[in-house]
Write a protein that binds this ligand. Sequence first.
Ligand code: PLP
Length: 362
Amino acid sequence: MSGFVRKKFQGFTGYVPGFQPPDSGWIKLNTNENPFPPSPEIRKFLSSLDFSLLRKYPSPMGEPLRGTLSGKYSIPQEKILITNGSDEALALLFLALFEETDAIICPSLTYSLYPVLSGIYGGKIREISVDGDFQFRLEDLESADGKAILFANPNAPTGTYFAPEEIFSMAEKSSKLWIIDEAYADFADEEKSSLLDYRERINSAKNIVVIRTFSKSYSLAGARIGYLVSPDEEIMNALYALKDSYNEDYLSLVLGKLALEDVSYFENNIRIIKEQRILMKSVLEKMGFHVFPSAANFLLIRPHEMNAGSIMEKLKDKKILVRHFNTRQLADYLRISIGSPEENRGLLDALESIISGINDHG
Ligand SMILES: Cc1ncc(COP(=O)(O)O)c(C=O)c1O
C-alpha cells in the first residue's frame, strides 16, 4: 500500500455495475436499458450537428433541457437541477445534506448505490426490513428515527410501487425529508405515475425531493441525463453551489430536450415494454418461475428447484445477459430487464432449453 489514499477510502468497495460487453451480438437484459433506440429526432439532430458548437462550454443551468422540463411539468426552473445521470443527483444530495451521523431510512432492499454514496459522502443507512415478498410499508419508514427517507419508486430490483397519492399523504405530514428516486416511474401503470404529475402538490412539498432519469424510459443511458426537483430553496441553492459548473454537456442537454418533445415515440415504446412485461410474466410463471409483480421495466424472478447463479451463467454462455446479485437477500433470484419482443423471445427459448436440459439429466 502506498498510503496516498485517504484512510476512509483505502480498500473502499464502489458500486458494481452490470456487465457491459465490448462486442455486439448479445441479448442484453442485465442493466434495465431500453431496448429501443432514442427518438428519431435525435438521429436527425446528430446527423446535421454543427460540430463547431462543441467549442463552447454548455449552459451551467442545464438549458435548453431545464426550460423544457419546467414547461412540461409547470415547475419553476429554479426548482429543477439537471445532472449527469440521476446517480449524480443522488451523489450531490448526499454531499449537501448528510453529516456522518445522520440516519437515512431505506427499505432493506433498494438501489444498491445508496449505501455506497453514504460511504463516500456521509450519512448512515438505517434499514427497514421488507417482508417475504419484498414489500415494505411507508408507515414503517416514517416511524423510524432519522433525517431522511430514501427509496426508489418503483423500487429496484423488485418493481414494487406506491401510487403518488400514498407518498404525498405520508410525506406531507412528515418532518423528515422524503427523497424519491423515480428512475422507473414512467413504466408504472397509473396514468399519473410520478410525483411530478401533481404540479400543485409538488410545487409546495418542501420536504420532498424527486429524482428522475432519461436512461430508462427515454433510451438515453449512454448520454447520462438525470434531474432533480425540490421546492426547497435552501436545498437547491446548496446543490447549485456544489455541482460542477458544467456538469452536463451540450449534446446531452439538447438530446434530452428532443427526447422529451417526441411524446408519441416515447409513449409507443412505453406501451410495448408494458405489454411485454405482462407477457413475460405470464410465460415465465407457466415455466415454473416465481415472478414478482413489477411496475418497472424489469422482472425479479425466482427459479424453482434451480440455482439462479447457474442459470445466469448458462444464459451468458448463450450470449444472453441477466442480472444475478450474489447477496444474502437476492442470491436465489434473477433480475431480467424487459427487452424488445425478439430479445424476450430469445431469452424465453434459452430458458426453455436450460430447463429441459436439467430435466433430461434428472
Ligand atoms: C433506482 C435507480 N436509480 C438511479 C439509477 C441510475 O440512473 P442513471 O443512469 O440516471 O444514473 C438506476 C440505474 O440503474 C436505478 O436503478
